[in-house]
Design a protein around this ligand. Structure first.
Ligand code: SF4
Ligand code: SF4
Length: 227
């Protein structure tokens, strides 16, 4: 059984935001507006954090792309009273929208703040509606949603491999963010498969994980800059 994970090379990331845009398009994430953004009510499954280091005359901007970390020990799952969130195939943390009662215990429990409550009925301009991705359901007002590592792509990859009577290859299943990154800063694959790049990269001496001391065992690794 695979253990899907991601490695993000911060030396390569140039902060262009292509990963975030690709995620919005792939996963039918409704447009926001400046007011919702200020209120912290915008939804961004793939976000990026910007940290400025200003020691005059050197000003440095650090960018940190941030999806859900699909923790091996996810606190968000333990607190859900209705089992609307679960660890599925390959360790991907998923969400059952019709079951979610919107209590938001999970958004409080996630130390990485990557779960989003739908405060509003999702709406799109008419000209955008033909571009919906039919493989991803639209979430209603009142439920929580989050990054899924584009797990609908996993099912398609498995079906393709079965149709072609072969094993799945490393590049068969890639989330939209990794595919869109022009700098090739995002690697994705099976963390337990020595033939996948993420296996080796996740053991690099440059590797860092966020809030590791909490014991959440996140499956997203960062390769630190400038080492
Ligand atoms: S990052 Fe947050 S939402 Fe994602 S699995 Fe970990 S605790 Fe759950
Ligand atoms: S908001 Fe939904 S997924 Fe989160 S804990 Fe409540 S019922 Fe479960």
């Amino acid at each position: 059984m695979a253990r899907w994970g991601m490695v993000i090379d911060l030396d390569k990331c140039n902060g262009c935001g292509a990963c975030a845009v690709a995620c919005i398009a792939e996963n039918n994430i409704a447009p926001s507006n400046p007011q919702w953004f200020r209120q912290g009510r915008s939804i961004r499954w793939m976000d990026y954090l910007i940290e400025k280091e200003e020691h005059y005359p050197e000003v440095k901007k650090k960018i940190l792309p941030r999806p859900c970390f699909h923790c091996d020990e996810p606190p968000c799952i333990k607190v859900c009273p209705v089992r609307a969130t679960f660890k599925g195939e390959g360790g991907i943390v998923g969400q059952v929208y019709p079951r979610c009662i919107g209590c938001r215990y999970c958004t409080t429990a996630c130390p990485y703040t990557v779960r989003y409550f739908n405060w509003f009925v999702p709406d799109w301009p008419d000209e955008m509606k033909p571009m919906f991705n039919p493989d991803v359901s639209v979430r209603p007002k009142g439920v929580v949603e989050k990054c899924t590592f584009c797990h609908h792509r996993l099912q398609k990859a498995k079906d393709r491999a079965r149709f072609e009577k072969r094993e799945m290859r490393e590049d068969d299943y890639i989330p939209a963010c990794a595919e869109a990154c022009p700098a090739k800063a995002i690697y994705f694959g099976d963390l337990d498969n020595p033939e996948h790049k993420v296996f080796t990269l996740s053991k690099s001496r440059r590797v860092r994980r966020l809030l590791e001391d909490l014991g959440t065992e996140p499956k997203v690794f960062y390769l630190s800059e400038g080492e």
